[in-house]
Design a protein around this ligand. Structure first.
Ligand SMILES: Cc1ncc(COP(=O)(O)O)c(C=O)c1O
Length: 412
């Protein structure tokens, strides 16, 4: 019995699951080993990303910082603000960088995400999804009690009444924006009279404080070609813009008109009254966004740099025209277009099977051998991040920090 116990203890220690850091000469730092390091220890350990055990989620700090700067400079020069969507990164460390860089706050998609962000030091949070269940409404209003910068979206009179009652029960007056449908019929209330009446109701309800409107047009973000995307975005935001005008003329508070995303961040400000862009993916970029084309290049959207990669190891090179890696659907998702092998050409990546990725050679710029490591750019960044407990913040090749994905799996 004692032997079993002892060997389990030894196993735990060598596997790095214990709280103690065990220096090891073996290349291939496991996520648990690295998590146990203090920031100072990480610095002195001088670990290269190529020594990380795989699959591992990496974020290139130079690219990430360039993306934050690009967004902030653009919105500022367009006379608006940024309120980035944290549904993309689910990571308070990045939310804090965004706010330090000038964002007026962040957005979250779920109340649990908002709770995680608040718990880790973020106070300015717009919850862009309407909560309908009594338990979520209560949670949101309870969060508002502690988080004074919390704003909740609503899209029906029934919901607004429930919010007001829950806010009163929590002893607060809750900040609310009216969510307006841009025509997708996914969420939000119809623009014009219905939205105006809801805003008037919110303004009158004793537990609520109207802050303005939200209108997110997800259907325009990935329209290929800048001019087509611009035309569709502005056409579909126009009704929300008119509603904004109606609200203003009715004397309602219109301090917030939030919306837009990575594909429309340099377009949305042309809608009168628009105040802030909720872009999320711009911090990381992904294969889906790279393909939409920008103002200067119809094929490649290069306003932002791909900063997020999945580091993977080649497991098998025995067959012609292909190799197998350890990053399949559970590391990359099955979203398409498929992940892109970073820095290489003439090869395609497939992540359709659970545990294995495949590189298919066409006219490859290089070939891989077993145990080689390589990076792929995610197909769609949001669901990929949700697969990992942590991401490695890398400068050059060096791991500078380990960022917990604190809101990972917070989908309720
Ligand atoms: C309400 C809302 N705002 C903003 C965004 C951010 O969009 P993107 O990641 O395309 O920048 C999303 C993404 O789905 C969203 O749902």
């Amino acid at each position: 019995m004692k032997n079993t116990f002892e060997s389990r203890r030894r196993f735990l220690l060598t596997a790095g699951t214990a709280a103690i850091w065990i220096p090891t000469a073996v290349r291939g730092y496991s996520s648990t080993e690295l998590r146990s390091l203090e920031a100072e220890q990480l610095k002195s350990a001088n670990i290269s990303k190529w020594e990380l055990d795989t699959p591992a989620l990496c974020v290139d700090l130079d690219a990430l910082e360039a993306n934050l700067t690009m967004m902030q400079q653009t919105v500022t020069s367009n006379g608006i603000a940024s309120r980035p969507h944290a549904k993309t990164h689910k990571c308070p460390a990045i939310a804090r960088l965004q706010i330090e860089g000038g964002s007026v706050g962040i957005c979250t998609a779920k109340v649990s995400e908002a709770e995680a962000m608040f718990e880790h030091g973020v106070n300015e949070i717009l919850l862009t999804t309407t909560n309908v269940s009594p338990s979520k409404i209560t949670r949101a209003m309870n969060l508002r009690k502690w988080c004074t910068g919390f704003i909740q979206a609503t899209d029906s009179s029934e919901n607004a009444r429930s919010l007001s009652e829950a806010a009163q029960a929590s002893g607060i007056i809750a900040d609310v924006v009216v969510d307006i449908d841009p025509g997708m019929h996914r969420t939000g209330i119809s623009p014009g009279q219905p939205a105006l009446e809801l805003a008037q109701l919110v303004d009158q309800l004793p537990g609520l404080h109207l802050r303005g409107i939200l209108c997110y047009d997800g259907g325009s973000q990935h329209v290929k070609g800048f001019s087509k995307r611009k035309a569709q975005t502005l056409e579909r935001l126009a009704a929300a813009g008119e509603t904004y005008g109606l609200m203003q003329r009715s004397g309602l508070n219109t301090e917030i008109f939030s919306g837009g995303g990575t594909g429309s961040y340099n377009i949305d400000h042309e809608t009168p009254g628009f105040t802030d862009v909720q872009a999320g993916s711009y911090v990381f970029m992904d294969a889906q966004y790279l393909a939409i084309g920008g103002a200067n290049d119809p094929e490649l959207y290069s306003d932002f740099r791909p900063s997020l990669t999945i580091l993977t190891t080649v497991l098998n090179d025995q067959y012609d025209g292909r190799v197998t890696t350890d990053a399949g659907a559970k590391a990359c998702t099955i979203n398409q277009p498929w992940p892109i092998v970073k820095g290489e050409t003439g090869m395609q990546y497939r992540s359709g099977s659970d545990e294995f990725g495949t590189i298919l050679y066409d006219d490859p710029s290089r070939s891989y051998r077993v145990n080689d490591k390589l990076e792929v750019i995610a197909s769609h960044c949001d669901p990929v991040v949700n697969l990992y407990d942590q991401m490695y913040a890398v400068r050059g090749d060096r791991v500078e920090a380990i960022w917990r994905v604190e809101a990972r799996g917070m989908s309720s």
